[in-house]
Design a binder for this molecule. Structure first.
Ligand code: OGA
Ligand code: MN
Length: 295
């Protein structure tokens, strides 16, 4: 059966049928999925009961894997629950139990409840994120996606002209700082050194412009910080209006792929002290910086 895609929302999201992603795919299927990503920016697949190896193999169809590491989290290698080439976005510890209320990893992970784009804090930011729902909670824990192309298109011409060449500084220090997360070591702080990104970016295939917003933004180059922060907050509120959003309600073995160059996302609350949510993410690395800078 060939890949078929049903639109989920007017501008964003497609539900895919007709493919088993746990098996090697034909070049035609890979091309159809990539074209679907360019158009819908978020694709939803059901009943994909992956092993970690199968999830990584599928992800590599779209480029090299981005490896999480010290620049993207505070987890020590020995505390890892899953494969080191994948991001563990579960609420679980090594014994598969929910993280304790005051666990530092849990506190840090709460940053995913803010609208963001994955790895916007890397000089070369991510292309796709691919998230597999291995265990999902009975209630809550939706992942929401906001269409940054539609959000850009909806801006008035004056605003478009004003932001065209703006450059922002992104860091985990800024997104975690917003939550009042404290106690980063000197080494962690050094790992989270801010990087620069254009505020308006152009998709390499479709040529469409989008707003490159993220909770990781803390500064706009050349602006006073308070003005930059409130400007970004206003833009973010406008860009995440319900008309631009697809909210994914997880079923077990759902698999959702999004293009970080075209959407922001966030996870919603669930009873994480009592329920299990085992989510594993692979990330396809981006290929270019949005502004020239040291890597
Ligand atoms: C992510 C993330 C969302 C979720 O994996 O990048 O932000 O639903 N997680 O857990
Ligand atoms: Mn994320």
């Amino acid at each position: 059966m060939a890949v078929s895609i049903r639109p989920l929302r007017p501008t964003i999201g497609g539900e895919v049928e007709g493919v088993d992603l746990t098996k090697p795919l034909s070049p035609e299927d890979v091309a159809a999925i990539e074209a679907g990503m360019d158009e819908y920016a978020v694709l939803v697949f059901h009943n994909q009961n992956f092993t970690d190896e199968q999830q990584k193999a599928f992800s590599r169809n779209f480029g090299a894997l981005e490896i999480p590491g010290k620049v993207s989290n505070i987890q020590k290698a020995e505390a890892r629950r899953i494969d080191g080439q994948m991001a563990d976005v579960s609420n679980l510890d090594k014994d598969q139990n929910p993280l304790a209320k005051d666990d530092r990893i849990r506190m840090f992970g709460l940053g995913n409840r803010l609208w963001h784009s994955d790895s916007s804090f890397r000089a070369v930011p991510a292309k796709y994120s691919l998230l597999s729902g291995r265990i999902v909670p009975a209630q809550g824990g939706n992942t929401e996606f906001a269409d940054m192309r539609a959000a850009y298109d909806a801006l008035d011409d004056k605003t478009k002209a004003r932001i065209e060449d703006l450059v922002c500084e992104h860091s985990l220090l800024y997104s975690r700082g917003k939550l009042g997360f404290e106690g980063l070591s000197e080494e962690e702080t050094a790992n989270f050194k801010p990087v620069r990104q254009r505020l308006v970016r152009t998709h390499p295939v479709t040529g469409r412009k989008s707003l490159y917003l993220s909770a990781h933004i803390g500064k706009i180059v050349g602006w006073e910080t308070p003005e930059a922060r409130i400007f970004i907050q206003d833009l973010t509120e406008d860009a995440t209006r319900p008309e631009f959003v697809y909210s994914h309600e997880w079923k077990q073995y759902d698999f959702v792929v999004w293009d970080n160059r075209q959407v922001m996302h966030r996870v919603r609350a669930f009873d994480d002290l009592n329920e299990r949510r085992d989510m594993r993410r692979t990330t396809v690395a981006g290929e270019e910086m949005t502004v020239e800078q040291a890597a």
